[in-house]
Ligand binder design. Structure first.
Ligand SMILES: Cc1ncc(COP(=O)(O)O)c(C=O)c1O
Length: 383
């Protein structure tokens, strides 16, 4: 049996001397009139990179999505259509604002929300659609935008996992009316915890600035709160880490893509096993390289993870279908379009995220891929 000599973690950032250098500079200098300098730099770098006018640094992506929905005026009595297979943070903010998520199926290749399923779920209470660029894949944003326009719905992009991906040259985070990113330590760029909201809409941007600072205008010096709102700001030290990461964004994305290519060259021969998709016109930044063995192979994600674990390799399960989680057990509205046979079910049951952190070298990928061939080999002979 192949056993890695050292534990291979599933995710982790790329930290050079530059990150602590800028973080220390922020800790020394980002006070008094300069308290927002690093945040403003980070916001401008991200906005310019994705090609939108405005970005707002926040404590995490969950906060960005919460602010987005609040700023769009979504609230009690409203429904928001979301994919059934994603991290719960894509959906929890819908509940925070008092609205109801409506879970719909995903596509079999990109694992992103199915536009046909979205259209079928639209009802009189529907106010918005949240598309999630899962594991670096891109949603079918053209179709989602057309549906949103036809029914007068807001379109929100959860790009937490897709910084650096693009469709026909347009970057993740530039779709819909507002988008959100995560900079959690496992993400494409990391600030520890952290997030960003991005939008090309100036009035929405103003509303977000107001809502994220306890319902007061950005230049208010007299603590005049005109609404009860939220406190969602990112610290300067985190923003400095973000600036250092954005300085290297092209190299970081190139590394992610190299990791995927190393895996692909070793695994693409396995029959009945699929990897992340990159349809024509899409560039996938492959946040997490993911294998989905066909259910016919008889190995679910937990069994596959256990086999990898025996070989000293860490991995993660594909996100659960939200409709299968206890948290959604008493939400009949949320789950009214989900069925045990929907396409997301086998993907969610069998998919596993492979080690994709920036410490992955070709040698380490070789160990993981060889382990997978060993585990799946007889079930999925190399074709
Ligand atoms: C798809 C998706 N949406 C939202 C989030 C929330 O990000 P954060 O942990 O920064 O709040 C994550 C991060 O884990 C995510 O993967």
């Amino acid at each position: 049996m192949i056993v890695s000599p050292e534990r291979i973690p599933v995710a982790g950032p790329s930290i050079t001397d530059r990150e602590p250098e800028l973080a220390a500079e922020a800790a020394r200098t980002a006070w008094y009139q300069d308290h927002y300098v690093f945040n403003a730099r980070f916001e401008r770098m991200l906005a310019d990179y994705i090609g939108v006018a405005h970005a707002v640094s926040v404590p995490h992506c969950t906060a960005a999505l919460h602010l987005a929905l609040a700023a769009l005026g979504i609230g009690p009595g409203d429904e928001v259509i979301v994919p059934n297979v994603t991290w719960i943070a894509s959906v929890a903010p819908v509940v925070y604002v008092g609205a109801e998520p409506v879970l719909v199926d995903i596509l079999p290749d990109t694992w992103c929300i199915d536009p046909d399923a979205v259209e079928a779920a639209i009802g009189p209470r529907t106010k918005a659609i949240i598309g999630v660029d899962l594991y670096g894949s891109m949603c079918d944003w053209d179709r989602l935008q057309k549906i949103a326009d036809r029914y007068g719905l807001h379109l929100v992009e959860d790009a937490a996992e897709a910084l650096g991906s693009s469709t026909r040259g347009r970057k993740a985070g530039a779709f819909g009316r507002v988008s959100a990113f995560s900079f959690h330590g496992s993400k494409t760029i990391a600030t520890g915890e952290g997030g960003m909201l991005a939008t090309g809409d100036s009035s929405l941007f103003d509303r977000v600035l107001f809502l994220r600072d306890h319902g007061r205008q950005p230049k208010d010096r007299f603590f005049q709160n005109s609404e009860i709102a939220f406190k969602y700001r990112m610290s300067a030290v985190q923003a400095a880490l973000g600036v250092a990461q954005m300085e290297r964004i092209d190299a970081l994305i190139a590394h992610k893509r190299a990791i995927f290519d190393w895996y692909k060259s070793r695994l693409s021969g396995l029959r009945n096993v699929s990897l992340n998709a990159e349809p024509a016109g899409v560039l996938n930044s492959y946040w997490m390289v993911t294998v989905v063995p066909d259910p016919s192979l008889g190995l679910d994600k937990l069994a596959l993870m256990a086999e990898l674990d025996k070989r000293n390799i860490d991995s993660r399960p594909f996100f659960s279908r939200l409709s299968d989680l206890p948290a959604f057990a008493d939400r009949p509205t949320a789950t009214r379009f989900t069925t045990p046979h929907e396409r997301g079910a086998p993907i969610s049951r069998c998919g596993v995220n492979l080690p994709s952190g920036y410490n992955m070298t070709e040698e380490k990928v070789d160990i993981v891929a060889s382990a997978l061939v060993e585990i799946l080999g007889e079930r999925a002979p190399v074709g």
